[in-house]
Structure formats: C-alpha cells, structure tokens
Design a protein. Structure first.
Lengths: 205, 185
C-alpha cells in the first residue's frame, strides 16, 4: 500500500544494527504479501471440527458408497430425482426454495442439502438467502424446522451481509418427521416467541 | 475445537500426532493454518464458497493422510502447503469455465504461473508465521501493514496508548524474525 508507514517509524531508532537488519527483513516480507483473510468463517471451523469425528481409516470405496447412500436417502426424502449443483461450496443432493412471507416481501432463500455426516447422522446443509435486512446489533436469523406449525428444532443461526449470504449448517437426520423449514429473526430485548415467519418451505418440496 | 497442545510444538510434531489420531493436535494445526490455507484458496479460486470447500478438503486430507508425512523429507508446513495446493487445484478443475482463446499481441505484464506460485508460497509462509504470534501483536501488525492506518490511528482504534502500539509492533516483528529467517521476498 502506498500509505504504509516508514519502517523507522514502526520500530524506532534505538535498535542495534543487527536487530534492525532482522526486523527490516520481516518488514520487507510483510510489505510483499497481500493481507490474510480477515477471519476464518465459523462455517469452515464447524465443518472442519466434524472431520475428526470420522475415522481416518475410511477407504475411497466406502466413502463413495456412503455418499451414494446419502444421495439416495436425500432423493427419497425430498422427492428430488436430479442432483443439484452449482451456486456455492456444498455439493448439494437437493435444493428446497424458501418462499418469502408477507413479513419479508422481496426476500428469497434456498436450503441446499448436502451429504450426510456418517458419524453423527446429521445432514450437511447450506442456507442461501438474499433480500433480508441486516439486523440490529445482537440480533440474528434462525433457520429451524417446524412440525404442525410449531417450532420443533433449530438448525442454526446466521446474520446477513450485502447481497447473497451463504451459511453452512446441519440438520437432524429424520427430516421426514418435520413439515417445514422456517426462517425467523431474533431481536435483542424483544419477546421473540411469536416472531413472524420470514421464509418458509415444505420439507417435502 | 479444544486445544491442549504446547504452542512450542512444531508443525511436524503436530502432524505426526494427527497421524496417531490426536484431535487436539489437529485443532492446533487448524488454528495455525486455517487463515493461510483459506487465504491461498481465495486468491487462487476467487470465490469464497469454493475457497472454503478447498480449505475444508485440505484439512480432511491432512486428517486422512497425516501418516504419509515424513519429517526427514521436509518441514510440516511444506507438506501441509502441498496438501492445500492439491486441494485447491482439484477444486479449480471441478468447475473450469471454457475460455475463448485469444492470442495477445504482446507479452502480458501480469505475473505468470511461476510468479503466482512463488507469491502464493511466500504469502502462505508469512501468514502462517503471523498466526503464531500472540493475538495482540498480530492485530497490530495486520493493521499497520494492511489497513492503511497510522500508528496513532491504530492506537485510537484499539484504544491503547501509542507507546503500546509501538511496543507491540516491534515485539511482533522481532517474534516473526526467527520464523521467517529462511524466507526470501
């Protein structure tokens, strides 16, 4: 960057020449490289955290078999015959479009269902939303599963930025026991027990 | 992820422990290398989602393949870098867009693949070394070199005295020196 401070301004003038040389070398390296990413997304940390739950002794053949089984189950649960690809990181086996309610006109979303985690029985999924506003500090959105119109289990929480937001989560294995995917907002200092539904989709979609 | 390993453990030590199924060692490797791996993947793939997938695949491969690491053949970071590079290349191949062939009239002034690879390796080493600093020193250095803030502005931003910023800057650089001694820009 052009507005980088002078090396001497950074380290001062009272260093021994040898130490100055060592620090100058580091300074040159730092100036030569681009910045690291601001932070590691929590979604990556969560997904990597699940890696150690899977035995490292799995062969490619067994892994391929598990993925094939996961794909079959996903197709069975969701009635989706075709594999869904594109749009993001997760290799989705099914995609469920979320419909905006009157409380979130203009918003849209998608739940993309990935492979099943063999160790836990959870399904990896990715929620993709756009058109939802940024919430006040401390607030967040919640993706959850409903049964008979009532809360039945949380898949995860997320916040949104500008444009489209993608967040990885996981969902209970027996998705067929639930009726709908729902997105609501949780706002600090409010009674959120009857928060309006913003996005929704049938799990049978 | 819980971490119960000494920060003095070398990368090679950690990989060897991962080979034995040590989850804490794996968590420490992740802490050290997640940002460098992600940064490298983002630069090469240009897409956050795909970069995240490549980073995830890197650590999955580390967990699966740690037993193939031989400390007498190279450093732990070099091995992990190679694993990451393969994961990124695999991810890049999975969705390669067809490119219309255009023959340039003049040689491009942009960095070629070799230069890109060297910069990638350099950035990887520097970022990985940064991850080994105490957070308060790392943050000050990142702000100093990549935010465009002056030392006074950093002091104001972090709400610490200017002298503290200068001390942390110098201490951080000094701590990086032995980690980057062998690295050439």
């Amino acid at each position: 960057m052009n507005d980088l401070p002078d090396f001497r301004d950074l380290v001062g003038d009272d260093l021994a020449p040898e130490e100055l040389g060592r620090l100058e070398h580091v300074d040159a390296l730092l100036r030569a490289v681009p910045p690291p990413p601001a932070e590691v997304p929590a979604s990556l940390t969560r997904s990597v955290g699940r890696i150690t739950a899977v035995t490292p002794l799995w062969t490619r053949r067994r892994l391929a078999g598990a993925l094939a089984l996961a794909a079959s189950l996903a197709a069975l649960f969701f009635g989706v015959g075709a594999w869904t690809t594109g749009g993001g990181g997760l290799e989705a086996r099914a995609a469920v479009p979320l419909q905006a309610t009157e409380s979130a006109a203009g918003a849209s979303g998608l739940v993309r269902l990935g492979p099943r985690d063999e160790a836990t029985g959870n399904w990896e999924l990715e929620v993709v939303v756009s058109g939802l506003p940024k919430l006040p500090k401390g607030g967040y959105y919640v993706l959850w599963l409903a049964k008979n119109g009532k809360y039945a289990g949380t898949c995860g929480t997320f916040n949104v930025g500008a444009g489209t937001t993608r967040v990885r989560m996981s969902a209970s294995y027996l998705l067929s026991e639930y009726d709908e995917w729902v997105v609501t907002a949780w706002l600090p200092g409010r009674d959120n027990s009857n928060a309006p539904w913003l996005l929704r989709a049938s799990t049978e979609a | 992820m819980p971490v119960a390993v000494a920060t003095s453990d070398t990368d090679a030590d950690l990989i060897e422990r991962v080979a034995g199924g040590d989850r804490d060692a794996f968590a420490e490797l992740y802490r050290r290398f997640a940002r460098p791996v992600l940064g490298m993947a983002m630069r090469q793939l240009g897409d956050n989602g795909r970069a995240e997938d490549a980073a995830q695949e890197t650590f999955a491969a580390v967990w699966r393949s740690a037993r193939s690491f031989r400390s007498d053949r190279g450093t732990g970071s070099a091995w992990l870098y190679a694993v990451a590079r393969h994961a990124i290349i695999d991810r890049a191949r999975q969705r390669r867009e067809p490119v219309a062939e255009v023959v340039p009239d003049e040689p491009s002034a942009e960095a070629g693949p070799q230069d890109e690879a060297e910069l990638s390796w350099l950035a990887w080493r520097v970022h990985a070394a940064l991850e080994q600093l105490p957070e308060r020193e790392r943050v000050v250095l990142e702000l100093a070199y990549w935010s465009g803030l002056s030392q006074s502005e950093i002091a104001s931003y972090l709400d610490v005295p200017l002298g503290t910023v200068k001390t942390r800057t110098r201490t951080g650089l000094a701590r990086l020196a032995p980690l980057l001694e062998e690295v050439r820009p």
